[in-house]
Write a protein that binds this ligand. Structure first.
Ligand SMILES: NC(=O)c1ccc[n+]([C@@H]2O[C@H](COP(=O)([O-])OP(=O)(O)OC[C@H]3O[C@@H](n4cnc5c(N)ncnc54)[C@H](O)[C@@H]3O)[C@@H](O)[C@H]2O)c1
Ligand SMILES: O=C(O)C[C@H](O)C(=O)O
Ligand SMILES: [Mn+2]
Length: 541
């Protein structure tokens, strides 16, 4: 039992001024706190009042991180009360700013584990020190090669592991004492960091090839050994490693890649939601993915698998996809294709103007897509010309510019409504305010994987699933899209973040049920909603 200052300094156990007199006796806290005993409601009201005095978003974040660092229960109590307001501050988009300023604003290690590619022999010790005897069930790990759309941020990327875990607890209620954020410092190719005297990571370029993959393998093996009942969530790895790692481990351990799978199913859910509103079928759509990297190809795969579930053959389903990357429309003879792009390339013989299919407007005019998804990190790539060309050929264009953070988004969602006279069905990766236009209030869905990965992870953990498979992922997407209200004009294509807690439970239950139905849940679980309810942690003293 931790007593005295050690208890006050332990964010998992600390209650600050809310320790009762009896607790102060028991835990050796007599004389260590001012006399007045406060309730959690009083503490939360005080912090919130202070929060409102902060001028900038980064200052607001700094305050909330201090609460997080000192008292997890109070932090999550507050977060539940102000979920809409706090999500963009502790998570995307302000988290990107925090990552860019990590060295300057370094406060505390945030109970994360810092692994160093040059010292594989320290992996186990580091993991044990990080857990400090806690029963770890969920790990988010990042090597920060592709942080959102802002590139390589080395050790600064630890914030994304911490932030993704915050959302897990706020949305789906995993006990914050059972999570472990991890940074893998594999070096960085970010020259700004390498030249920054304050940079806190290893000062060398990224290590790649077998040294890198051997390190990952030792890491995964250590996680399996030390935390055999945990889910290992990979976040913001690079285009050249993310899919390789997922393919290597997805059948061996309980693991998940958020950028590939989480993004795939949030977009699938959003597209299904949009089609519900437009009263159209998935099999009648043509999908154009602009930016065919980790997220773009993950999305194509999820949509493709849904077409198969709806009865199409692989050849028929494949014909619905057009991938565009730096080279233009991707053909089977395009130079530099990634393995995941190869599954969705087109043939030049399909087009008379194949040589011209390098700019987005010509591609849109030629292909006439009904669904346009942006995962390119190219700000404002969806110009008025491009969107008008698309809207000429379809009544309800489905347009998801989902590159993050705000400075990378492919179009301003408000412009998409204006340019299509309100016909577009739009979702972005970041929160966007409602927009009143020609008598209709347009609400924008947030196609951010945060709306779905917490339910997936908690659903899988609640029934101790052996793995996360495509059936469970599809169950999650369907559960979420079923909640879309298609009756009101201007309705969003996904349920609003204000209901994150409620719908994460629905997603978790669907995922748990799928694992039970497939026989990959632990045998003691028969009732998915009971298992999820039993698993959920509440932010109270
Ligand atoms: N909303 C969400 O939930 C969500 C989830 C994952 C990723 N994202 C966003 O998607 C973006 C991409 O992430 P990623 O992990 O796939 O990165 P990535 O680097 O794997 O992929 C980006 C792709 O865009 C391509 N690209 C770059 N410039 C281009 C151009 N001018 N024209 C066409 N293609 C171009 C790159 O070659 C690459 O293939 C990021 O901004 C990220 O924040 C959003
Ligand atoms: O982190 C986010 O906001 C979503 C996504 O995982 C991304 O990489 O952009
Ligand atoms: Mn990500």
């Amino acid at each position: 039992m931790e007593i005295g200052q050690a208890r006050l300094n332990n964010p998992f156990l600390n209650k600050g001024t809310a320790f009762t007199m009896a607790e102060r006796q028991t835990y050796g806290l007599i004389g260590l706190l001012p006399p007045r005993v406060k309730t959690i409601e009083e503490q939360a009201a005080e912090i919130y009042a202070l929060y409102q005095t902060k001028d900038s978003q980064i200052e607001k974040r700094h305050l909330l991180m201090e609460v997080f660092n000192t008292n997890r229960t109070l932090f999550f109590y507050l977060m539940e009360m102000h979920i809409n307001e706090f999500m963009p501050i502790v998570y995307d988009p302000v988290i990107a700013e925090a990552i860019e300023q990590y060295n300057e604003r370094y406060l505390k290690p945030q109970d994360a584990v810092y692994l160093n590619v040059d010292h594989p022999e320290l992996i186990e010790t580091s993991l044990k020190n990080g857990a400090n005897g806690r029963d770890i069930r969920l790990i988010v790990v990042s090597d920060a090669q592709g942080i959102l759309g802002i590139g390589d941020w080395g050790v600064n990327g630890v914030d994304i592991s911490v932030g993704k875990l915050m959302v897990y607890t706020a949305a789906a209620g995993i006990d914050p004492a059972q999570v472990l954020p991890i940074s893998i410092d594999a070096g960085t190719d970010n020259e700004q960091l390498l030249n920054d005297p304050n940079y806190l990571g290893q000062r060398h370029h990224r290590i790649s090839g077998s040294t890198y993959f051997d390190f990952i393998d030792q890491f995964v093996t250590s996680v399996e050994k030390l935390f055999p009942n945990s889910l290992l969530h990979f976040e913001d790895f690079g285009r050249g490693t993310a899919a390789k790692i997922l393919d290597q481990y997805q059948d061996r351990i309980l693991t998940f890649n958020d950028d590939i799978q989480g993004t795939g199913i949030i977009v699938l859910a959003g597209v299904l939601g949009a089609l519900k509103i437009a009263k159209q079928d998935l099999v009648d759509q043509k999908f154009l993915s602009f930016g065919a990297g980790t997220a773009g190809t993950g999305i194509a795969k999820m949509l493709y698998q849904e077409l198969l579930r709806q009865g199409l053959t692989p050849d028929e389903a494949k014909k619905h996809f057009y991938l565009v990357d730096k080279q233009g429309l991707l053909f089977d003879d395009t130079e530099g294709l990634t393995d995941k792009q190869k599954a969705f390339t087109r043939q030049r013989s399909e087009f008379d103007n194949d040589a011209d299919l390098t700019d987005l407007k010509t591609i849109v005019q030629t292909v006439q897509p009904t669904v346009l998804i942006g995962t390119s990190t190219v700000h404002n790539a969806f110009t008025e010309d491009v969107i008008k060309a698309m809207a000429q050929h379809c009544e309800r264009p489905i347009i998801f510019p989902i590159s993050n953070p705000t400075k990378k988004i492919e179009a301003d969602p408000v412009d998409l409504i204006k340019w299509t006279q309100g016909r577009a069905l739009v979702a972005a990766g970041i929160p966007v305010d409602d927009f009143d236009y020609q008598g209709v209030s347009y609400r924008f869905g947030q196609a951010n994987n945060a709306l779905i990965y917490p339910g997936v992870g908690v659903g899988a953990l609640a029934v101790q699933a052996e793995k996360i498979d495509d059936e469970m992922l599809a169950a999650a997407a369907h559960a979420l899209s079923n909640l879309v209200d298609s009756t009101e004009s201007g309705a969003p294509v996904l349920p609003p973040v204000s209901q994150l807690r409620q719908f994460s439970k629905v997603v978790a239950t669907a995922v748990a049920q799928s694992a039970i139905d497939q026989g990959i849940a632990a045998p003691q679980y028969h009732d998915a909603s009971q298992a999820v309810a039993d698993f959920v942690w509440e932010a109270k003293y």
